[in-house]
Design a protein around this ligand. Structure first.
Ligand SMILES: [Ca+2]
Length: 227
């Protein structure tokens, strides 16, 4: 009987066990063309003041956010060749003092209370003119909580694989790149995917409970008939 119940439960979960919010976001394919598209935002982040700032969308270019009021227009975040998103932070004084030192962030605003899996990579592309230049810190945060962090030298790729991260409705995930000092040749890149963990809906759970109690009831009736 236990085997039968397990089998039936598995069938119901596989057939009908949609999560409250089934969602998969590929950061490259669904990279926003305006702030908030697909729940994604381009932000500058000031570690000094712990504040986030929307980066301007470049009017004459798609999937490009930058800071035109500062030298080199950093912080900058741009969808480039698949699967990569280019992320350049900003560090005083080479990138200006308008906003001070800022990390560059791609943020995701959770539309549900749900569990999420996060997989992907950060990469520090080599600047061919200055191959030894460039050094960054990559990180992933849930609101103010650090979930992942790694420093990268030129050419380094680091993978992340975070499972069962619970986000409430309107919680933020931040995929960030910090200059970790000067920002010369800080050609940071990000790729990855955000996906909800499939969990049975309450209706499915109730169905399983009913099914289980029904089967046990049937088993009891059968035992009584056999007696
Ligand atoms: Ca740096």
């Amino acid at each position: 009987m236990k085997k039968l119940l397990f089998f039936l439960s598995t069938i119901f979960i596989l057939a009908g066990g949609q999560s409250a919010g089934a969602l998969t976001i590929d950061l490259w394919s669904q990279f926003p063309n305006y702030q908030g598209e697909n729940g994604l935002y381009a932000y500058g982040y000031s570690p000094e003041t712990n504040t986030y700032r929307s980066i301007a969308k470049k009017p004459d270019a798609n999937h490009t956010f930058l800071t035109p009021e500062q030298p080199f227009e950093n912080p900058m975040i741009v969808k480039v060749n698949q699967p990569w998103i280019y992320m350049h932070p900003s560090s005083m004084p080479q990138c200006g003092t308008e906003y001070g030192t800022e990390d560059v962030n791609l943020a995701f605003l959770s539309p549900y209370n749900n569990l999420y899996n996060l997989t992907g990579s950060f990469w520090l592309k080599i600047d061919n003119l200055y191959p030894d230049s460039g050094y960054i810190q990559s990180y992933i945060k849930k609101n103010d909580t650090l979930l992942f962090s790694s420093y990268l030298n030129p050419g380094d790729v680091v993978n992340y694989n975070l499972t069962n991260i619970f986000l409430n409705y309107n919680d933020y995930l931040y995929f960030g790149v910090s200059s970790a000092g000067p920002d010369y040749s800080d050609w940071g890149h990000l790729q990855g995917r955000i996906s909800t963990v499939q969990t049975p809906e309450p209706g499915t759970i109730m169905l399983l409970v009913s099914l289980a109690s029904g089967l046990f009831g049937f088993a009891g009736l059968r035992k009584r008939l056999i007696k």
